[in-house]
Design a protein around this ligand. Structure first.
Ligand code: PA5
Length: 469
């Protein structure tokens, strides 16, 4: 079992391979790649310092037996009691559970009947405060058979608190006991959810203080919904631990997360490849790409130490679907992208394409192949075509989509994000840029402590009616 990154198409073809002449591959020249090794040693040392200072709590999660036990105990007690689980949360509290459901449960999980789900609950994740979605969901759930998992690291995010208030009031109105229908996942000490947990007698599972939202998939944020749905959380953590071990080397070429981060950073900062596409060729990994988008964007899009605005723009795509949508842009649009493919070697199911209509050229060549072969060959063809047009790309190969590989992939990209933060000169763990918008929203909603924000809002130029159509 392994996860392998093939980055041949990220590097420039050498003169010898090309038969001399100018490089038109758009790849990173070998000399830059060779020089990157020394830079990575510094990055690695700095990341070790961050770890020693206790800032990279997510690296300890695969070995955190307390959290695993909390999660397993709760999931065991909840077994058979609930038909539906609803995550109230947003951002890093929501994208991980969605990605795990799509990747690791059978396709169309929420539409399957109880027998097909082997008695495990459906999983709904709000990730927004759109009243139409929430009203529709609450309208169709049997509340007495529903568990609401209120997930917030800070324990005070406006959207999540609003979701909580709506659901709590609904439970009260229906005469249901919130202590039975709800569980909190939050910081062990801080925040309104922790206080409410004590006050209302609602059980609360921990997100360690040194683990932030988008790095929290291996805490009960991801583990609890996973365990409730019957996903093997031990395998998930084993895969993560294996990847963390593979990344213990300061030799760039031996460190998968280092390779990913360094290639993307060089491509962005030296060769103008500012957009980083993640393109799985498996529907099961579609939502994983959205999880990556948040991780890469919120962690790296920042003001660097030297005052410059930095950060790559991540983009999610899906193969083969987006070959009929975005790939045209990737091939012939601005040369400002890298594409990372996720390719799967063995799929749990395959379907043979029947042989029929031998006289119809558009159909006859397909017969006898499988859909798995078709999607794999399309991935290889797209990678080759991009390379041929000088569009750098790499492929992360997974043997299969299972808990072990998904755990490894999560750890690979989380660690790569930390290395990339170091390369860009930003703190990948914070998100100061979202504060101003949050404070304006507080001000407009009348929060008592938002007086300064209200004054700042009032001082902004008002919309000009002449600039409206
Ligand atoms: O990754 C992050 O830190 C954020 O996206 C948070 O997850 C998001 O803002 C929600 O925050 P919280 O978990 O505190 O409710």
């Amino acid at each position: 079992m392994t996860i392998r990154i093939d980055y041949s198409n990220m590097l420039a073809i050498t003169d010898a391979e090309e038969g001399g002449g100018d490089d038109e591959t758009g790849g990173i020249p070998e000399r830059d790649w060779t020089a990157a090794a020394a830079r990575f040693e510094q990055v690695f040392a700095e990341v070790e310092r961050l770890y020693d200072a206790g800032m990279l709590g997510f690296l300890d999660l695969p070995d955190d037996n307390d959290l695993l036990l909390q999660t397993k105990d709760f999931a065991y007690e909840a077994g058979g009691v609930f038909d539906d689980v609803v995550i109230l949360g947003i951002g890093g509290s929501a994208l991980g559970p969605i990605a795990l459901r799509t990747a690791l449960r059978p396709s169309g999980w929420n539409a399957l009947d109880d027998a097909a789900r082997e008695g495990k609950p459906r999983l709904h994740v709000l990730d927004n405060v759109d009243p139409e979605t929430i009203a529709a969901l609450l309208g169709r759930l049997v509340l007495a058979r529903t568990l609401f998992v209120v997930t917030s690291k800070s324990g005070g995010t406006a959207e999540t608190m609003a979701q909580f208030l709506v659901v709590y009031e609904r439970l009260e109105r229906e005469g249901l006991d919130a202590a039975h229908q709800m569980v909190f996942v939050t910081d062990p000490e801080r925040g309104a959810l922790r206080t409410l947990s004590r006050k209302l007698g609602i059980e609360a599972l921990d997100i360690p203080a040194n683990v932030g939202g988008r790095f929290s998939i291996f805490t009960p944020v991801g583990l609890l919904p996973a365990a409730l749905m019957g996903i093997d959380v031990d395998d998930l953590l084993d895969g993560a631990a294996d990847m963390a071990r593979r990344c213990e080397s300061d030799v760039l070429r031996e460190n998968p997360a280092g390779v990913f981060a360094m290639l993307q950073w060089i491509a962005d900062t030296r060769f103008g490849r500012h957009i980083h596409v993640l393109m799985p060729y498996a529907d099961a990994l579609r939502d994983f790409a959205s999880w990556y988008v948040q991780l890469w964007a919120e962690s790296l899009g920042k003001i660097a130490l030297d005052g410059t605005h930095v950060g790559p723009t991540p983009l999610a795509a899906l193969g083969a679907t987006d070959q009929h949508s975005q790939v045209q842009l990737f091939m012939e649009g601005p040369a400002d992208k890298t594409v990372t493919f996720l390719a799967v070697t063995a799929r749990s199911t395959d379907v043979t394409i029947p042989t029929a209509f031998p006289d119809v050229a558009e159909l006859s060549y397909l017969g006898g192949h499988t859909l798995g072969e078709l999607i794999d060959i399309e991935q290889q063809a797209t990678a080759g075509a991009l390379a041929k047009r000088g569009r750098p790309n790499m492929t992360i190969h997974l043997d299969t989509v299972d808990a072990w590989h998904v755990g490894g992939l999560v750890m690979l990209l989380e660690l790569a994000t930390i290395y990339a933060g170091e390369l860009y000169g930003v703190n990948p763990l914070d998100q100061p840029g979202v504060e101003l918008g949050k404070n304006f929203a507080y001000a407009l909603l009348g929060r008592a402590d938002a007086g300064d924000a209200l004054r700042e809002w009032d001082s902004l130029p008002k919309p000009d009616p002449r600039r409206s159509v």
